[in-house]
Design a protein around this ligand. Structure first.
Ligand SMILES: O=C(O)CCC(=O)C(=O)O
Ligand SMILES: [Fe+2]
Length: 737
């Protein structure tokens, strides 16, 4: 029985392991009469073997006589004293693991009866108890890739490794080809592991031989003692005796020779194996990252900046062309004359609200902008406008489909709002502005139909000041992309309007949910994530957005972020995975590219409220994880302190188990049947989706999750979202299964 409670000294000696900490037992301690009065003591070092102690003093001597015993005895006196170091009238309980005794009061067990104590089979003391959950060691490693190695986790990981190895062997048998960088890495790591285990075996064999040798020497010693005890005369008296001595000596020399041969062969073998390990390690594609000379730390860092972890290059930002044009398309005579006439009659009868230089009237989804006078009590789209709206939506769908021809499942933006401007006379004008409200769908266009008097709209490229003029004849349509609003202003200059009346019908895709529009740019680990309005399996209608594919950092296109409220980046693993990325500086260069991309995004899309950066996910390759750590540290210690509006997608610790990508959240084999080191499975993607969604919503609500009930994703608690990762059926928003 372990987890014993010892009885007070002086009580009848039974196997019951109770000890009362009392003056009497303390005296016993001083006289080396242990608190453990005669009883069965299980050595913490003897793996369950019991020492039957007859008498305490003899016990001490016996134990002190043997080399292991001395340390055991030394520790006995420390172990049997409660770490509180106070004498207390309290029972003592010993830990099943380290055998340290504790006052039951000190470990809050004092409410239990003696009967209850004796029911305790296993008890772990505060020194030995480890919470059965992974706890990241955040103190040293900002990337959270180190976590506490509890036995449960270690066993789970071991089981995973065994199954992964089995799968690997199976794939080798089935496919016969395991080429590819990750496989060569794996096979190399496996070879190291094999050699290391072989070395372990040889070491063990060596130990066994040494033990055998000691036994035999002891045996021979005894035999020699026996022989000598018969006296030298007797030894030489008979021919028989002399024969046995010679035989004995011959046996000894034979055995010693055999053992030395064995030993030298073992040593040679070990040396050979050591060499193999060394050569394999030297060809490691991801060698130990050498440190760079320290660089001056940031002058005013929020986080303490590790001097070696500041990127070596400055962050000059290469200019990115915005690739926008002021008017993306024009259609003359878009309206039939009769339709135009009908519309003019209709608008002549409407009451417009005056704004600066013109007057306005709205239909459909309210369009709010600075100084808008028509955004409250907005009537629905009138019947007379419905056929026109349908035509415009057709044009919008075509435009959207041509933008994303390879993604036919995406839903084009729906034009749902019409703002009509009325210009009367040559004094009318339209102040310089851009239609860059966040409520406008970032992938949509703004459609303007002119009715009545012609005029020119002037466009100005904000950065360069370059102006261009666009003529707007009666019944024509011109189209501006929402993205172009990030770089061009437009206006109808004062004094440029002719006499007479002009109506401009401007159509947009408006929704307050676009305030949360999100552009997700990521690598293959974003492949299961979906935007959409389905309650399950997508990010949902409250987080509309679009995904952009960027396997490497260079593929991040800052132009795609223009007009989005949030940008989420998950990219970089394929960059640092490259074999030429060999040291911390190389990793820092990759990180610098990420930083440049973020700055370019913010330059091109200044209205974007936040850029969320996902740290790199852990992989199953420990060597690659070192680079991951280096990259992630730069995100923590350089990016976040230095870039305003860059936010952090929290909770990535969930992906780590035993310092690698958690088995239950990741793919075991890729589609070619090879060991998959990098990819999340659907359960992992669900966790990733919930973390992204949580971060985005926390920003929207100033750090407070206000959706329906605090802590919920589409009505489900975040905690259950995370739990749901293990349920194959548990679909979480943001992730399509
Ligand atoms: O009247 C026009 O052509 C332009 C109208 C416009 O820019 C607007 O309503 O935002
Ligand atoms: Fe406008």
């Amino acid at each position: 029985m372990s987890g014993r409670i010892n009885k007070p000294a002086g009580k009848p000696q039974t196997p019951s392991p109770l000890v009362k900490s009392s003056a009497q037992s303390k005296r016993g301690l001083n006289t080396r009469s242990p608190v453990l009065s005669p009883t069965t003591y299980k050595s913490p070092h003897s793996a369950g073997k019991s020492l039957k102690l007859k008498d305490s003093s003899i016990t001490s001597i016996d134990v002190l006589d043997s080399p292991t015993g001395s340390s055991l005895c030394r520790s006995l006196f420390d172990l049997e004293k409660c770490p509180c170091n106070l004498s207390q009238e309290s029972w003592l309980i010993d830990c099943s693991k380290c055998r340290q005794y504790w006052h039951t009061k000190c470990v809050t067990l004092d409410g239990l009866s003696k009967k209850d104590y004796n029911k305790i089979v296993n008890w772990l003391c505060p020194f030995c108890y480890t919470a059965p959950v992974s706890t990241a060691d955040f103190s040293n490693d900002a990337s959270c890739l180190t976590c506490r190695n509890t036995k449960t986790l270690r066993d789970a990981n071991h089981a995973f490794e065994v199954s992964a190895a089995a799968a690997k062997i199976k794939s080798v048998i089935n496919i016969g080809d395991i080429s590819g960088p990750s496989d060569s890495l794996l096979s190399q790591e496996n070879s190291i592991r094999c050699i290391e285990s072989e070395m372990k075996q040889m070491n063990e064999a060596c130990q066994t031989d040494i033990r055998k040798l000691i036994n035999e020497v002891c045996q021979l010693k005894t035999e020699l003692t026996n022989l000598s005890s018969t006296g030298p005369d007797t030894l030489h008296a008979s021919h028989h005796s002399s024969e046995s001595t010679e035989q004995l000596l011959a046996t000894i020399s034979c055995k010693i020779e055999a053992l030395s041969i064995n030993e030298s062969s073992i040593t040679a073998g070990l040396n050979e194996l050591k060499q193999s390990v060394a050569s394999l390690r030297s060809t490691d594609p991801h060698p130990t990252v050498p440190s760079r000379p320290p660089l001056p730390p940031d002058s005013n860092p929020i986080f303490p900046v590790h001097p070696t972890r500041v990127p070596r290059t400055g962050c000059e930002i290469p200019h990115v062309p915005h690739r926008q044009i002021p008017v993306s398309d024009t259609k003359h005579e878009f309206l039939e004359q009769t339709e135009a006439n009908e519309l003019k009659v209709f608008f002549d009868s409407c009451s417009f609200k005056p704004e600066s230089g013109h007057s306005v009237m709205s239909f459909g989804s309210p369009y709010q902008y600075t100084g808008s006078k028509s955004s409250s009590n907005v009537p629905p789209i009138p019947d007379i406008l419905k056929p026109l709206l349908e035509r415009i939506n057709n044009v919008q769908s075509e435009l959207y489909r041509s933008l994303y021809p390879d993604q036919p499942f995406l839903t084009p933006p729906e034009i749902n709002s019409c703002l009509v401007n009325k210009y009367q006379g040559s004094d009318s004008f339209l102040p310089r502005h851009a239609d860059r409200e966040m409520t406008i769908h970032p992938e949509s266009s703004i459609f303007t139909i002119s009715l009545g008097q012609s005029c020119d709209v002037t466009f100005t490229e904000r950065e360069s000041g370059t102006e261009s003029s666009h003529p707007c004849p009666d019944r024509s349509l011109y189209i501006m992309s929402r993205r172009s609003q990030e770089v061009f202003d437009h206006e109808i200059e004062k004094g440029s309007m002719p006499a007479g009346t002009r109506y401009s019908l401007t159509f947009r895709c408006i929704s307050w949910t676009h305030n949360n529009s999100t552009c997700l740019i990521g690598d293959s680990n974003t492949r299961f994530l979906r935007f959409g309005s389905n309650k399950r399996g997508t990010f949902g209608e409250q987080m509309p957005g679009q995904k952009f594919w960027a396997p490497k950092l260079k593929d991040i296109d800052p132009v795609s972020c223009m007009g989005y409220s949030n940008v989420v980046l998950l990219c970089g693993i394929n960059d640092i995975k490259e074999s030429q990325i060999q040291c911390e500086s190389d990793v820092a260069d990759c990180y610098t590219l990420l930083k440049q991309k973020i700055k370019q995004i913010k330059l091109l899309s200044p209205c974007t409220k936040a850029v969320f950066v996902c740290q790199l996910l852990p992989t199953k390759d420990l060597t690659l994880n070192r680079k991951v750590n280096d990259f992630n540290r730069l995100i923590h210690f350089d990016l976040f302190p230095s870039c305003k509006d860059v936010e952090y997608v929290e909770g990535f610790r969930q992906f780590v188990c035993n310092r690698v990508l958690a088995a239950e959240l990741s793919m075991h084999l890729d589609r070619h049947g090879r060991f998959d080191m990098l990819h999340l499975n659907r359960a992992g993607a669900r966790v990733l989706a919930s973390l992204i969604k949580q971060s985005v919503f926390l920003r929207v609500h100033g750090g407070v999750d206000k959706r329906r009930h605090t802590g919920r994703v589409n009505g489900r608690l975040y905690s259950s979202v995370v739990e749901a990762r293990l349920h194959p059926s548990g679909m979480v928003d943001g992730c399509q299964v």
